[in-house]
Design a protein around this ligand. Sequence first.
Ligand SMILES: Nc1ncnc2c1ncn2[C@@H]1O[C@H](COP(=O)(O)OP(=O)(O)O)[C@@H](O)[C@H]1O
Ligand SMILES: [Mg+2]
Length: 359
Amino acid sequence: MPSAALELRGVLKRYGSALGVGPVDFDVREGELLTLLGPSGCGKTTTLHIIAGLLSPDAGTLRFGERDITRLDPQHRDMGLVFQNYALFPHKSVFDNVAFGLRMRRLPKDEIRDRVGRMLEVVGLPGVEARFPDQLSGGQRQRVALARALVIEPTLLLLDEPLSNLDAVLRKRMRHDLREIQQRLGIATVFVTHDQDEAFEMSDRVILMNRGQIEQVATPEELYDSPATRFAAEFIGEANLIEGVVADVADGAAVVDAAVGGRYPARLPDGGARSGDQVYLMVRPERVDIATAPPGNGAVPATVTKRVFSGDLLAFTLRTENGHELVASKPSVAGYRAIGPDAAVWVDLQDCRVLPRES
Ligand SMILES: Nc1ncnc2c1ncn2[C@@H]1O[C@H](COP(=O)(O)OP(=O)(O)O)[C@@H](O)[C@H]1O
Ligand SMILES: [Mg+2]
């Protein structure tokens, strides 16, 4: 088990009578990039501000290395912060912006010069020391903000939606660069985003949050393949949720009679399931097979009701003979291109998963 850089236990914050976050329990491991992912208002920023010491929790404790830091001032926490809006000092040069934390620590001038120069190289901006923030692009400003956070050699890096003010192309490149820098420095990082693609491309692990609570903690692949809740299944990518009844359970897998027609093997959730349970059968759109001739293995007849072309993919909406709707995502190759709206097809479901049906 990798050791924890930071531990949150029972951390809770209210704003008046409204819940900000909590109670939440999680660890940030040495060297990992851990992402807090969830819709706006789910408590990501509140959690990050509690970690940084900008907010004091109403309950719970934080341990950082060997220390209890629950009541420690932010400037003594040894953490680097980057926010969405850069927050550079507009009237200071890039050099003075990046040097700020080192001057606060009263380091010698030569060392400050060396470290600022080196850190600007790390973030891919050598030689811009004399410029001012308004002489930089959005992407460059965010790199300066990153250099300013990293130059103090913090033990933990905290990033709150740092890419969301950048245009789409730059955002993609910065994702890659940020992850590369984080891995090269091996610095434990808590990254906040509402963007699932960003979370998946960058993270070692993801904490999915909803209404101030943790829904699931998992690697991106686990979260996609094995969402623990309906919220997780629907927030992460797209999901077909088909009502069904468990017909049999054996060797850690279930067989489910699905409302679309047909009987399908399905992986079980953590809590298991029993014969007779009313559940959802969860199937990702790319795992809905479509055939134009009956494959003869119990596939279900359906009609294409909608087809959306997005370049590399085709999104099909299908209506089964008994009136259920399914979505399927297929590569944009000749065989699938030939399937037009109103086509009669046969569908089969692969890699199904059982999800509990909450009351
Ligand atoms: N200063 C504040 N005063 C009152 N309520 C707040 C304040 N900051 C956040 N909240 C509320 O706390 C909840 C969590 O907010 P926040 O942590 O900012 O979410 P996120 O960063 O995930 O969008 C939301 O319901 C939000 O409206
Ligand atoms: Mg926020």
